[in-house]
Every structure is written in C-alpha cells, then in structure tokens.
Write a protein that binds this ligand. Sequence first.
Ligand SMILES: Cc1cc2nc3c(=O)[nH]c(=O)nc-3n(C[C@H](O)[C@H](O)[C@H](O)COP(=O)(O)OP(=O)(O)OC[C@H]3O[C@@H](n4cnc5c(N)ncnc54)[C@H](O)[C@@H]3O)c2cc1C
Ligand code: FES
Length: 259
Amino acid sequence: MKERENAVILSQERIAQGIYSMWLKTKAAGEARPGQFISMYTNDGSKLLPRPISICEIDKEKGALRVVYRVTGENTGTELFSKMQAGDTVPVIGPLGNGFPFEKAEGKKVFLMGGGIGVPPILELAKQVACAKKQIVVGYRDAETFLREEFEQNGEVYISTEDGSVGTKGNVMDAIRENALEADMIYACGPTPMLRAIKSYAEENGIECYISLEERMACGIGACLACVCKSKEKDHHTNVNNKRICKDGPVFLSTEVEI
Ligand SMILES: Cc1cc2nc3c(=O)[nH]c(=O)nc-3n(C[C@H](O)[C@H](O)[C@H](O)COP(=O)(O)OP(=O)(O)OC[C@H]3O[C@@H](n4cnc5c(N)ncnc54)[C@H](O)[C@@H]3O)c2cc1C
Ligand code: FES
C-alpha cells in the first residue's frame, strides 16, 4: 500500500479566476503516469478526507508533480490549498489510479479532449503521447483558457468556449464538428455530460476511446466503495456490475462503463 508523505510546495500561482497551479516535490513523481491522481490532505483536522487531484505535469528529474485545481467554495479544502505557499508541506498519497494507456496511440490519429477542470491531466498526456496526429481539443467557460500556451507547444490545439469568446462557441464536440476533425483514438477527461457525448460519438463511429471519470471519493484507495460506477461486466470480487473509480480507474475504456 502507498504511504502518506509530506510533499513540499515548490511554487504556487493563480492561473485563472479561482484556478491555481501548484508544483510539489514528492516521491510520487518517480512512478507517475498521465491520468493518475494524488490524494491531497489539508492540515485542518476537521477535514479528514483527502481531495483527489489529477497529475497535470510530471518532472521526474526534479522529483516534482504539478497539479492544477479549482477552488470550489469558501471554507473548502481546495480553498485551504490555495492559501498555501512555497515551503509549506501538504500530506499526499500517490500516484493513484491507472492512468491513460497512451502507448496504444502509436501510429494513430488521436483526439486528446479536456473540459473544464478535466483539462489539466490532458497536458502531461499531450507531452508523453507519441502518435501520427495529435489533436488537442479543450473546452472552457470563457476566455480564461488556462494551460493553452503549454498545449500549443505539444500539438494542434482546438478550443471551445461556452460564451464563444475564444475558438468555437459551444463544447468540445462542437469544435470537432466545426473543424471537421477526425480521429481513430480518443482520450478524454471532463464533466460527465461531456464524457457521455464523447462516449456515444466514439461508439457510433467505432473509435477506441478512453475516458477519465470523476466521482466523490472518500478513501481513494479502493477500500470503501464510495466511488463506484456501473460497469458492463461483473466485478469478480463482489459479483456486481460495479467498478471503483479510484482503484479500477479513473480511466476506463468507454465501452466498459455506463455513465
Ligand atoms: C480522479 C479525480 C481527479 C480530479 N482531478 C481534479 C483536478 O485536477 N483539479 C480539480 O480542481 N479538481 C479535480 N477533481 C475534483 C476534486 O477532487 C474536487 O473538486 C475536490 O475534492 C473538492 O474538494 P473541496 O475541498 O474543494 O470541497 P469540499 O466540499 O470541502 O469537499 C468535501 C469532500 O468531498 C469530496 N469531493 C467534493 N467534490 C468532489 C469531486 N468532484 N470529486 C471527488 N471528491 C469530491 C472532497 O474530496 C472532500 O472529501 C478530481 C476528482 C477526481 C475524482
Ligand atoms: S474512494 Fe473508497 S473505494 Fe474509491
């Protein structure tokens, strides 16, 4: 079992309204893969459960991970993280979950799709994936298109915004249609309605598609079943149609899960 460790904050900055980027020095960097996450604990004894946050970038040489997170409200754990500074420590466990099977993209035309706070894990994926054509399709609410410059250094970038201020007005599926894009492999992370639309587009067009699901978590290590989703196949431990997002995922082949 992975041990809890005190990660040291190397830097922290606000990169958009309510969105923060933090680099952490942590042993978890050594074996991390794109699409995995870390469980971050606050130092506030009244908030015992960890916050699962995706790995946005991995720097193995420095032994550091980048996370990009949204503050969800006042007096939340993420608000406490946003007030921390370089030199402070954050207890973490990780890397957790399975990550994107990016090796399967070799020789393929690929969509890397992220929406909202599902955008960050797509960055390390874009850096590591080796494929014939890399099309990064990312969706935001408005002109605060955080991580855009980093994406532009790593592939062809297509943007959608809900208010139409940048790129295609609408969502990531609208951006695909407007630019007449095609792919034979998809990796995606974002809100459930977006993943549902991508899943049905992939299945209608016979495209292999991996989606990273999000669910409220408690233990983060597969022990409490707080995070299950419905699966096509029966789980061989419990004999029910369930998968634990924290342990069996968060990345699933789209045809394996019902969302
Ligand atoms: C695999 C995974 C990866 C994620 N990656 C990111 C990321 O990269 N950036 C980001 O901003 N957010 C990410 N999230 C969502 C993030 O975990 C929640 O926004 C965060 O836990 C909310 O905590 P809070 O302290 O702001 O809210 P609180 O209301 O104080 O949280 C209370 C409790 O509920 C849990 N909780 C609340 N909302 C969620 C949620 N949506 N998912 C899981 N647990 C939740 C918290 O972990 C905590 O235990 C991810 C979630 C999952 C499951
Ligand atoms: S959060 Fe406990 S099993 Fe997934």
